[in-house]
Design a protein around this ligand. Structure first.
Ligand code: FES
Length: 171
């Protein structure tokens, strides 16, 4: 059994902290991309209020920063759930039932792709091949890949992870 990781912990959005974190990239080639990644690493997403701030720091218009942040789908614009669940939609996983699994996971979490479950624990995303086709269907939770996943297996994983959240919050 793979070791389950704890929930990712992000800081609450703070524009001043975000500015501080990106100032060192000002003037660097591709600095705004590094800055967007850094902000997402700290806060889990890039708040709208970061756009004018990044424009000033990197000497770009707000629209230019917004364009970059929206072009790359990896940049999240809303606070994600504590865990990100990616369900593989590529061919090998499809052949092993990932479409049905996806629908079952959506129903279980009450969330569609790019949405977060009501308890704030799980954000659901599609992914296209995790390089683990021999063990289809595959999902990834944060950075950990799980193969041969059934809906029962997913439910049990999700409940273990939700428990970890409750324990962490009780501390
Ligand atoms: S197709 Fe799903 S891991 Fe390759």
């Amino acid at each position: 059994m793979q070791q389950l990781a704890g929930p990712l912990t992000y800081q609450d959005w703070d524009l001043d902290k975000a500015r501080e974190a990106v100032l060192e990239y000002a003037g660097r080639t591709g600095g705004v991309m590094i800055a967007l990644h850094r902000i997402q690493e700290i806060f889990g997403y890039i708040d709208d209020s970061a756009m004018p701030m990044l424009g000033k720091v990197f000497n770009l218009s707000r629209a230019e920063v917004h364009g970059i942040a929206s072009f790359y789908h990896d940049f999240k614009r809303e606070k994600p759930g504590r865990y990100t669940v990616k369900v593989c939609q590529a061919e090998a996983c499809q052949a092993m039932g990932s479409e049905k699994l996806t629908e079952e996971i959506k129903a279980f979490l009450g969330a569609d792709f790019h949405e977060t479950s009501a308890d704030g624990n799980f954000t659901l995303e599609p992914v296209y091949c995790l390089g683990n086709c021999a063990c289809s269907p595959n999902i990834m939770i944060d950075t950990q890949t799980y193969g041969r996943v059934s809906i029962d297996g997913f439910k049990s994983l999700a409940s273990t992870l939700a428990k970890a959240v409750n324990e962490q919050e009780a501390k």
